[in-house]
Design a protein around this ligand. Sequence first.
Ligand code: CTP
Ligand code: CA
Length: 230
Amino acid sequence: ASQDVASQDLAGRKVVVSAGGTREYLDPVRFLGNRSSGLQGYALARAAASRGAHVTLVSANVSLPDPAGASVVRVETTAQLREAVVAATATADAVVMAAAPADFRPTTVSDDKIKKAEDGSAPPIELAQNPDILAEISRERAREGAVIVGFAAETGDATGSVLELGRAKLARKGCNLLVVNDVSGGAVFGSLDNEAVILGADGAVVEVPRGSKTALAHVIWDEVARRFAE
Ligand code: CTP
Ligand code: CA
């Protein structure tokens, strides 16, 4: 029933979805970026609109058609993403951070194109850490009862398994739900399929079997809608 387009369980709800990957400029023509395709965020926006929500989609560097019924705000950098998400969150019932904000930005952006040195040397790039948007909106939750959802792509490492790292990240961010992808196999970026575990701050563990990003999107909205009802 979760994919029944006739279900209007998000009718009247205002939701914000971020999608894509941010770019951090070095100069007018070069940037640091990442491989996020925006497919999962766009699937979330389409799914929410089909269930009756008012959707604001904050889209960073995505080349996909606008989802029907969503208002799309285009951004490039993490600072712009933050500004757009924080503004839209003020009146939102739910926020899903599916975007991949760049963690770092060059400390300075050159006004002019950086030229190669005659001596063959390469310029160092000094980086500063970007603000954590998910942690900020979770901390300063604008509306009582708003449901905040984060994503995490993890491989697991010496410090913990994918799920242990997911639990720790959920606690660190302070959001209600964290959608954890195991990317140790490699193929999530740009793929049409996704497989995930949704962890709740309330202790919930929802395993979502491999399937389309649209199917995962509907399970995420099911979990959000359940928390609206409570
Ligand atoms: N996120 C965010 N702002 C950032 C970085 C990440 O809002 N500056 C959000 C992402 O949109 C995602 C969640 O936080 O929903 C987790 O992203 P992730 O990159 O896994 O978290 P980080 O805190 O950046 O941790 P890591 O060092 O593992 O990259
Ligand atoms: Ca990160």
